[in-house]
Design a binder for this molecule. Structure first.
Ligand code: AMP
Length: 324
């Protein structure tokens, strides 16, 4: 399984990534953590990015893309990974697409944790207090001033990824304001639905292949049959083999669909239905602002109204100014 966790600082990406690691045995690849380790070890990369990170800016794309490209190659990432904090810009997302294509890997989903900005400051403050209690070193970028810069950079450079992945039909938005357990439950639900729908797709593809002899087999069949002396010649071995193979795949795929939990199969149907409705809505009125909002709302049920988000941002700004 290969996932991206998307969300502003304090949205809970790290916490959810840890849970996914425990449950699915995949690795968490956090560019923030890797960069902090490089800074602590005073490597060449660490020295280059130290000041940028301390001020809440973004490290150059080529640095993080290089780090991720190397990390994906490691044996522990073969079973799957969760990208946390990467990609953070559209060029990084494009570089990741290229990278995965070259390595013949597929991204399963992008999980966006949508949160109310006014809650983020409280969350980050709580994180700082907990770290102090545990005697851990506090991150130098976890201050109200730097947080406001990190939020601004999230809005300007990372939020466009919501649209980027939604266009690619990879985006799943989850309400990050729920409790940690509820968010985690929702993520699991979505992942089950995705795997059930993938199994259904594979079964349908295999059924189709079993009905129609493959192109190679179809081409081989008439030629060889024509050469045969009797009109009732047996199907050529190649064609028969291919049909048998397709039959086996159908069996395997439908078994996978059946073995998926009942709830997940139901959810997969829901995902399929919703996707169909979204496509229809988008086709019907693509140019009106209303249809744009409706399509966004259908795709992202957790999305708050623009008004609420703007209000949240104004409140955060006010609170940050007060604290300073
Ligand atoms: P995080 O732990 O994800 O909040 O990241 C901490 C800091 O590391 C960020 O504020 C950036 O300075 C830097 N950073 C982490 N990931 C990236 C990335 N994908 N692109 C650019 N800078 C990054």
């Amino acid at each position: 399984m290969r996932l991206i966790l998307l969300g502003p600082p304090g949205a809970g990406k790290g916490t959810q990534a840890h849970k996914l690691v425990q449950r699915h045995g995949i690795v968490q690849l956090s560019t923030g953590e890797m960069l902090r380790a490089a800074v602590a070890a005073e490597t060449a990369v660490g020295l280059k990015v130290k000041d940028i990170m301390a001020s809440g800016g973004l490290v150059p794309d080529e640095v993080v893309v290089g780090i991720i490209s190397d990390r994906i190659e490691q044996p522990d990432a073969k079973a799957g990974f969760i990208l946390d904090g990467f990609p953070r810009t559209v060029p990084q997302a494009q570089a990741l697409d290229e990278l995965l294509k070259k390595k013949h890997l597929k991204l399963d989903a992008v999980v966006e944790l949508r949160v109310n900005e006014s809650a983020l400051l409280d969350r980050v403050e709580a994180r700082v207090a907990q770290m102090r209690e545990r005697g851990e070193e506090v991150r130098i970028d976890d201050t109200p001033e730097v947080l406001s810069k990190r939020l601004a950079s999230y809005r300007a450079q990372t939020e466009p990824l919501v649209h980027y992945y939604s266009e690619k039909r990879k985006l799943v938005t989850i309400d990050g304001m729920m409790s940690i357990e509820q968010v985690s439950h929702q993520i699991e639900h979505v992942l089950k639905a995705l795997s059930a729908s993938a199994a259904e797709k594979a079964a349908a593809k295999a059924r189709k292949a079993a009905k129609k002899p493959s192109g190679k087999a179809a081409k081989a069949a008439p030629g060889k049959a024509a050469k045969s002396k009797t009109p009732t010649a047996k199907p050529p071995k190649k064609a028969a083999k291919s049909t048998k193979k397709a039959g086996k795949t159908v069996k395997k795929a439908s078994k996978a669909t059946k073995s998926a939990p009942k709830g997940a199969r139901k959810a997969a149907k829901g995902v399929k239905k919703a996707t169909g409705r979204m496509a229809v809505a988008a086709r019907k009125r693509p140019s009106t602002a209303k249809s744009g909002r409706a399509a966004k709302a259908a795709r992202n049920p957790a999305r708050k109204s623009t008004k609420k988000v703007t209000k949240g941002r104004a409140n955060t700004a006010k609170r940050l100014t007060k604290r300073r």
